[in-house]
Write a protein that binds this ligand. Structure first.
Ligand SMILES: [Zn+2]
Ligand SMILES: [Zn+2]
Ligand SMILES: [Zn+2]
Length: 155
């Protein structure tokens, strides 16, 4: 079961589809989804909330030689390919369902229930690109962390 995100018209429909998209993106960059990378991404996709590296490590039980550096390398790889983001304020990782389009990651973090949902952002990404460029800054990537109340908690 994939965690239901709102605002994500471009999210793959299920875990298998998501992993298929990931394989294609990796291949297009001349990279490979190794067993461990695939497994880490799968855990992120199936997680109901942002996952910490040590939680992932625990859930990788049975994958044999998985050690913290292995997890961090897999997470770095997934971030480089835009398949996952790190939410610094939570020190946790989330699978990205928007890898099909260029974007800056914008997370809506609920201060009541702790859920973090990635916003499908197009306008903000364009504005950020234009305004950083105007400042002479060459933007590589950005993760914006917006805090407040989610739809459920605000109701
Ligand atoms: Zn994203
Ligand atoms: Zn909430
Ligand atoms: Zn999107």
């Amino acid at each position: 079961m994939i965690h239901a995100h709102a605002n994500t018209p471009c999210s793959p429909q299920d875990t298998e589809a998501f992993l298929g998209v990931a394989e294609d993106i990796a291949a297009a960059r001349g990279q490979r989804m190794t067993r461990i990378r695939r497994k880490v991404l799968q855990l992120l996709i199936e997680a109901s909330e942002p996952a910490k590296a040590y939680d992932l490590l625990e859930r990788l039980d049975g994958e044999g030689s998985a050690k913290p550096p292995t997890i961090y390398r897999a997470l770095d790889f997934l971030q480089e390919l835009g398949l996952a983001h790190k939410i610094e304020s939570l020190n946790a990782y989330v699978a990205c369902g928007h890898a099909s389009h260029r974007h800056s990651a914008i997370f809506l973090i609920c201060e009541n229930c702790g859920r973090a949902e990635e916003l499908h952002s197009v306008t903000t990404t364009d504005a950020l690109q234009a305004e950083t460029e105007a400042a002479g800054f060459k933007l590589a990537r950005a993760v914006i962390e917006a805090r407040g109340l989610c739809r459920t908690c605000a109701a």
